[in-house]
Design a binder for this molecule. Structure first.
Ligand code: OAD
Length: 237
């Protein structure tokens, strides 16, 4: 089976009702990144940060996968589909994707403030983290989110997956945030890249096919394009 690697961002979940970050009216228009998505912000005002993620966790618990997520699951019948997501919701898993790497953490988990490896699942029936909640090591419990200024522990694994891609699909990310955005540089020369986004995204690589559509429509179109791509290659061999 061909390896199809899919890098997703907030736009993947937009049709499920989850706000993106940088679109007009997005999360970063309403909150300062320094306040809610940095370790320093958490030290200054833990309540503000916990409120921000408690709200997002509750929203994501109510959200349902859209046809884009479902389309990617259907592709598993024909391809080895590996998803690398910047999203902290679990909609890829809810849809049924079997291989998902969360580069920026997961809303439904909490972690120690001093040891990133001490990670705990949160209870969907009681999902909030409260300001007095402590980890076993005595440190305040914090969201399991990779904040700005922190290392992205799963990058090396993600790079390796992208290196083995027969096609890379990029869905719903403005490619503004590194190191995640740099993953597109790990595909081998000549590997096709498909970018699904209703807006323009700048990608400085050779062979890029832009699908200027939302995730659901875009994934439906992608299926045909991948078939053509691999049939075409077969005919050449
Ligand atoms: P952005 O908000 O930067 O980009 C969202 C992208 O989704 C844009 O390119 C939109 O055009 C596109 N989009 C909007 N609606 C869409 C739809 N229906 N279908 C497909 N695409 C659509 O979000 P990310 O690139 O994911 O990190 O942001 C990257 C990281 O920055 C996030 O993981 C988060 C944020 O700060 C942290 O919080 C650590």
């Amino acid at each position: 089976m061909k390896n199809i690697v899919v890098l997703t961002g907030a736009g993947m979940s937009a049709e499920s009702g989850i706000a993106t970050f940088r679109d007009s009216g997005g999360l970063w228009a309403q909150h300062r990144v320094e306040d809610v998505a940095t370790p320093e912000g958490f030290q200054r005002n833990p309540q503000l940060v916990l409120d921000f993620y408690n709200k997002r966790r509750r929203e994501s618990l109510l959200a349902k996968p859209n046809n884009g997520h479902i389309g990617l699951v259907e592709m598993q019948h024909e391809y080895n589909v590996q998803i690398i997501t910047q999203n902290v919701d679990n909609l890829h898993e809810k849809a049924g994707s079997s291989t998902v790497i969360h580069l920026h953490g997961e809303l439904m988990k909490a972690r120690s403030s001093i040891n990133p490896d001490k990670v705990y699942p949160l209870d969907p029936l009681n999902p909030d983290i409260n300001v007095d909640d402590k980890c076993e090591d005595g440190s305040p419990l914090r969201p399991y989110i990779v904040w700005f200024g922190e290392a992205v522990p799963l990058m090396a694994e993600a790079e390796e997956i992208v290196r083995r891609a027969d096609a890379l699909v990029v869905i719903g990310t403005s490619l503004n945030v590194y190191p995640a955005a740099g993953l597109i540089n790990y595909v081998y020369a000549g590997t096709p890249i498909y970018v699904i986004d209703p807006n323009e995204v700048s990608v400085s690589r050779g062979k890029v096919h832009f699908i200027r559509k939302g995730a659901s429509e875009g994934v439906a179109e992608l299926k045909g394009l991948l078939k053509e791509q691999f049939e075409h290659n077969k005919n050449k061999q």
